[in-house]
Every structure is written in structure tokens, then in C-alpha cells.
Design a protein around this ligand. Structure first.
Ligand SMILES: *[C@@H]1O[C@H](CO)[C@@H](O)[C@H](O)[C@H]1NC(C)=O
Ligand SMILES: *[C@@H]1O[C@H](CO)[C@@H](O)[C@H](O)[C@H]1NC(C)=O
Length: 297
């Protein structure tokens, strides 16, 4: 807890630097003593947050769409499409599917995915990622939560979110936004985001933010739409589900607000991406039509 809490950030950053200086000295001694060897050398200088795992949480039960991860999109299970895209991301050392369903697990093993079984009691994807991380039993610095219902997610976006977190040691969380279409401005299912000059999130809302005094969507303003992908510092992920719900989180029904309300920083990258989330059976037809149009098979 202390490692991640914002109040101790400066002190842990200081001790982090001290450690690096120490490692430099020891590293130099080792190099001098045994002769320079690239592997040894680079071990001492390994970048923080370098070990990255991508986790695709997938549950079978869903109020809106039972068995959603297994739905076929142009003949291929949706979860397989997401997994294949994730495997192309160059920043991920490992990609796993985390599920509570034997059916999903079996399907995933068939197309070659590593699967971690998680309990049915996981309340949300974040909790499932956390449980999967514990069960993986390996040390990862960064965990990317790759939503299984975005089968067209670009590997570049996954890499972008990971690199954003690697490049912002003061942030515990990173995510992506894209341009909001004006016609989606007043849709509460499209989550809007505002960021500061340095690309850190200020707020997320289901309402239109910023709000123009005309009361209408301003066609000139570059509103931002939040995309589902998130990456976490793994130390933060361990405490995130345990942080008690916060007032803004509850009012907006947006998990990520808990991060900001507790004073943590979140790095946001802007990407070019048409979001094609699959939430309902009707979305499947829409995405198939689009894939045919774009010749994606
Ligand atoms: C609000 O939106 C209108 C266009 O709809 C724009 O002209 C104006 O600059 C915006 N901002 C304010 C403060 O009115
Ligand atoms: C996920 O569910 C748990 C348990 O209900 C809750 O405490 C938590 O706030 C939710 N969200 C996150 C991001 O952990």
C-alpha cells in the first residue's frame, strides 16, 4: 500500500533513485571485476516497468449478452480475434485469457491461448485481472486489461498505452481516448474524458464534458471518447479493487474515477480509432458489415 499511495510517492521516487545510483556503482564494480558482458550490464540498467502481461478478462454470464466472448464474428470466436490482435503487440511479454468458464477456457486452449481460471465471484474485469496476476505467480510490472469485446483493437494502441505508463513513473494507470463523434456527445454510454496539458486525466464523465454554455454539443470542440483499454502498475492493481468505492465513481458508475478520487495520476494517450465494441447481439452484425466493407477476414 505504502509503495503506491500518492503521499509516499516522492519518498519512494527518492529511494528508487538511490537504488539506481547504488546499482550503478555495484554494476561498475562487477563490470570492472569480471569484464564487460552485455547481458550483465543491461540487467543493471533494465528499465522500470519492463515486464508486461496482457490479460483478456472473459466471463460467460452477462446480463446483456450470455456467452458473449464465444460469439462468432465472421466465423471466428470474438475472444480469439481479440487474442490474435493482442499477440501482435510488441510490448507484451505474455498474453493470457482470464475466465471463470470451462467452455471459454476450452475454446481458448484450442486456438492456442494460455488460460488462467479465475473465480466466478469476480465483480468486474479489474478484479479478474488482479486474481489472474496473483495466479500467474510471475512478477510483472505492468498489467494491461484488454477488453474481450473490442475484437478490432489495434496492437499499436496496446503498445501506446503500455509505453505511456512506462514513460510516466508518477502515474499508476494509463488508458486511451479518441475523438468523440458529435452525434455521440449526449450518449451516456459513451464516456468522455478531459485531460491536462501534460496528458494526465482530469475527469471522466457520462455527461458531456466540457459543457458548453449553449447547452449543445459544440461542433468545434475536440471532445474525447474513452476507450476501454487500461494498463496498471501491478503494485497498484493489487490495491485497486480493495479501495472503497468513491462518491464520483458511484454517481457516474465509472470505475476509473476511483483512481482519480484517491489522488492517483492517470496518463492518457490520444489515438485514431473507431471504437467497435460488441455489447449486444446487434453489434455483431454491425461489426461484421464493417469488416466485410474493409476486407478484414
Ligand atoms: C460554445 O459553442 C459555440 C458553438 O456551438 C461556440 O461558438 C462557442 O465559442 C462555444 N463556447 C462558448 C463559451 O460559448
Ligand atoms: C470492482 O468490484 C469491486 C468489488 O465489488 C469493487 O470494490 C471495485 O471498486 C470495482 N472496481 C474496481 C476498479 O476494482
Amino acid at each position: 500500500m505504502a509503495i503506491c499511495s500518492p503521499s509516499s510517492e516522492s519518498s519512494s521516487a527518492t529511494s528508487g533513485r538511490a537504488w539506481v545510483v547504488h546499482a550503478l556503482v555495484v554494476g561498475a564494480a562487477v563490470v570492472a571485476a569480471v569484464g564487460a558482458h552485455a547481458a550483465v550490464y543491461f540487467k543493471w540498467f533494465r528499465k522500470d516497468r519492463s515486464r508486461v502481461v496482457g490479460i483478456i478478462p472473459a466471463r460467460f454470464a452477462s446480463s446483456r449478452f450470455e456467452g458473449k466472448p464465444l460469439v462468432r464474428i465472421l466465423g471466428k470466436p470474438m475472444i480469439q480475434r481479440t487474442w490474435e490482435r493482442a499477440k501482435l503487440a510488441s510490448t507484451l511479454d505474455h498474453v493470457v485469457v482470464a475466465t471463470d468458464s470451462e467452455k471459454i477456457a476450452e475454446c481458448c486452449r484450442e486456438f492456442g491461448a494460455d488460460v488462467i481460471m479465475t473465480s466466478e465471484s469476480c465483480k468486474n474485469g479489474t478484479e479478474r485481472c488482479n486474481e489472474a496476476l496473483q495466479k500467474l505467480g510471475k512478477n510483472y510490472d505492468v498489467v494491461v486489461n484488454i477488453q474481450g469485446d473490442e475484437p478490432l483493437i489495434e496492437p499499436d494502441i496496446i503498445d501506446g498505452v503500455v509505453r505511456a505508463l512506462q514513460g510516466a513513473p508518477d502515474a499508476v494507470f494509463s488508458t486511451a481516448v479518441t475523438s468523440l463523434k458529435p452525434e455521440d456527445g449526449l450518449d451516456p454510454n459513451r464516456v468522455k474524458c478531459v485531460v491536462d496539458n501534460h496528458g494526465y486525466a482530469i475527469y471522466f464523465s457520462r455527461g458531456l464534458i466540457p459543457f458548453n454554455k449553449s447547452g449543445k454539443v459544440n461542433p468545434q470542440f475536440p471532445y474525447l471518447l474513452h476507450l476501454g483499454i487500461q494498463s496498471f502498475d501491478s503494485k497498484f492493481l493489487r490495491i485497486y479493487p480493495q479501495l472503497p468505492p468513491t462518491p464520483l465513481q458511484l454517481e457516474e458508475d465509472l470505475e476509473q474515477l476511483k483512481v482519480l478520487e484517491n489522488g492517483y495520476k492517470m496518463k492518457v494517450i490520444k489515438v485514431d480509432h473507431d471504437a467497435h465494441g460488441v455489447d449486444t447481439p446487434e453489434d455483431v452484425e454491425k461489426i461484421e458489415a464493417l469488416m466485410r466493407e474493409r476486407n478484414i477476414s
